[in-house]
Design a protein around this ligand. Structure first.
Ligand SMILES: [Zn+2]
Length: 245
């Protein structure tokens, strides 16, 4: 049995048997891992309280036979008190970890995704930023990180630069009137997409609700869903009870 320590973001947890809890972690050095916390649901357990969805934790793990990992010890690195006190921030956090959980584990086992997640949670915990477009910015970053950044400066089909009137997630970008497919794209939404991906994100996240917000949120979700090939649920369900207390 190999024992090791790592830092991790908790993507989700669920119960197992009478007293155990299983957690899905995105670790800094070992990618996505499913781990078993034995006895975590007993009131005397020191493991259970720390292994909450959206927590940043330090974990000591044992790798047993095959794919099985056992939690020996957990400590909190960040508690994200502002995030945990606000329903909209929690819901945004759930939208983010749901997508991270949909990334096939064998595809990406690197520190870059861990850092993206950690920064997203810090942003959601910062009262200067509004949570509404945080998942959207994460989805767009993730696509770029995976080599599929949407093309927004010219028609993705023919290269013509103006006007761009449609967005097609399957083709991977904006389109001119001649090549249009996918969904209509308003000038406000195009401008907002360019600001989010072009270095103006902090100002976007400080604003009340920039024009084009709903449209951009919807198309970024569609694009990331298509990219990772799975129906994503987080934006449609309420967070479970282990948060928001
Ligand atoms: Zn075109």
């Amino acid at each position: 049995m190999i024992e090791f320590a790592d830092d991790a973001i908790v993507l989700r947890t669920y119960t197992s048997g009478e007293a155990d809890r299983v957690a899905v972690l995105w670790t800094r050095e070992h990618g996505k891992l499913r781990v078993l916390a034995k006895g975590a649901r007993k009131t005397s357990s020191r493991l259970g309280g720390s292994l909450e969805t959206l927590a940043h934790v330090g974990v000591d793990l044992i790798q047993g036979r095959g794919e099985r990992y056992i939690v020996r010890h957990v400590v909190h690195r960040e508690r994200y008190a502002t995030l945990r006190a606000d329903y909209d921030r929690i819901a945004a956090g759930y939208a983010v970890v749901e997508v991270a959980n949909a990334i096939p584990a064998e595809d990406v086992a690197d520190e870059g995704i861990f850092e993206l997640l950690r920064r997203v949670l810090l942003t959601l915990d910062d009262p200067n930023f509004r949570p509404g477009l945080v998942p959207t910015s994460f989805f767009l970053r993730l696509l770029a990180y995976d080599g599929s950044a949407p093309v927004l400066d010219a028609c993705v089909n023919c290269g013509r630069s103006e006007p761009l009137v449609a967005f097609d997630a399957a083709i991977g970008g904006a389109l001119c009137p001649q090549c249009r497919s996918g969904r209509p794209l308003s000038p406000d939404a195009l401008e907002l997409l360019r600001r989010i991906t072009g270095g103006d994100l902090a100002a976007v996240l400080r604003a009340e609700e920039p024009p084009g917000t709903g449209e951009v949120a919807s198309l970024a979700h569609e694009a990331v869903e298509l990219h990772f090939g799975r129906r994503l649920r987080a934006t449609h369900v309420a967070p479970p009870r282990d948060l928001g207390r």
